[in-house]
Design a protein. Structure first.
Length: 94
């Protein structure tokens, strides 16, 4: 039998008589930070798509933003997206 109890920022899980605790330290600031990273990634994808119609100028702008913000994305899901966007630009140019 599994039983859950929530107290302030802590979740207690009772599983077969054993108590396991998980501390929830997910703040609103972390959520907004993740949302901004998600939004930036989407904007860059859109810039790459629209670049077809702008003779590649928007792709160069997106590439510069990718390189500038790459450090901020380290350790997140979006790091792989940034790496993929940069590599795709250079492979397309070749």
């Amino acid at each position: 039998m599994v039983d859950f109890a929530i107290q302030s920022n802590e979740v207690k899980i009772l599983f077969n008589g054993m108590i396991k605790r998980k501390i929830m330290n997910y703040s609103v600031e972390q959520y907004s930070n993740q949302t901004s990273k998600h939004s930036l990634t989407l904007i860059l994808y859109i810039l790459y798509i629209i670049a077809i119609f702008s003779a590649g100028i928007l792709a160069i702008i997106a590439l510069i933003i990718n390189y500038i913000k790459r450090q901020d994305m380290q350790g997140t899901l979006y790091e792989s997206h940034f790496t993929w966007q940069i590599r795709t630009f250079w492979w397309y140019l070749i």
